[in-house]
Design a protein around this ligand. Structure first.
Ligand SMILES: [Ca+2]
Length: 220
């Protein structure tokens, strides 16, 4: 490999790395800590835990005496996107569990009643993104009762006349809250806020990939 080829390969690797980091603006993994989130009194038990399926999760039990609006507050500070970036999606992976004498029991079908995800926009205030099974959500069910939800934040912002790069100052997540779930549990594997890099980044990436192929072809 000569010097120009090394240079092009380095650019290619740098370009690909950049595209990944620009996609995820903020991710709460809950793998070892609660990642700074806070909860209200509707959770009897709340904290970081290891799920039976080995994921590091945020785990909580719904209050059995007044089971309504169990809230998790995400405190990210103001999320401001880079120049040209726009919002894409919010992804989260959760499951709801029955109670087994005060410990998490078997997975149950998700009860959508009182589930809620909202964002607070610096211009526009509190925005309820709906229940998990409504307009802006897609759900992919997985093994062990897990569901991966993707919120189409880009479409929500367009439909409601907000800027595609609106600043998000806080978020609220109510992953369990139906009275029918009194005493039951919820586990959250992760929550991620994703953006679309500016168009110029895609053009740059396309160019770098093309250069990479040229470099590889020349070596053959
Ligand atoms: Ca996790």
């Amino acid at each position: 490999m000569n010097i120009p080829q090394i240079f092009v390969s380095s650019l290619l690797i740098a370009g690909l790395s950049y595209s990944v980091s620009a996609g995820t603006v903020l991710e709460y993994t809950f793998d070892t800590t609660t990642d700074g989130v806070t909860q209200n009194g509707q959770f009897q038990t709340f904290g970081q835990a290891t799920a039976s399926t080995s994921e590091g999760v945020l785990q909580g039990r719904l209050n059995s005496s007044s089971p309504f609006d169990a809230q998790i507050s995400l405190n990210p500070g103001t999320l401001t996107l880079g120049g040209g970036e726009t919002w894409d999606t919010i992804e989260f992976r959760i499951r709801q569990l029955a109670d087994n004498t005060g410990t998490p029991g078997a997975p149950q079908a998700i009860d959508y009643a009182s589930t809620l995800l909202s964002v607070t926009l610096s211009v526009g205030g509190f925005q309820n993104l709906g229940l998990f099974n409504t307009t802006y959500y897609t759900e992919v069910t997985q093994a062990d009762g897990w569901s991966l939800f993707t919120v189409d934040l880009a479409t929500y912002l367009v439909d409601n006349s907000f800027a595609a790069n609106a600043e998000i100052t806080s978020s609220r997540f109510d992953p369990i809250g139906s009275p029918a779930q009194a005493g039951n549990w919820v586990e959250v594997d992760y929550i991620a806020f994703n953006s679309v890099p500016e168009h110029g980044t895609y053009a740059l990436l396309g160019g770098l990939i093309a250069l990479g192929f040229v470099a590889i072809k020349r070596r053959q």
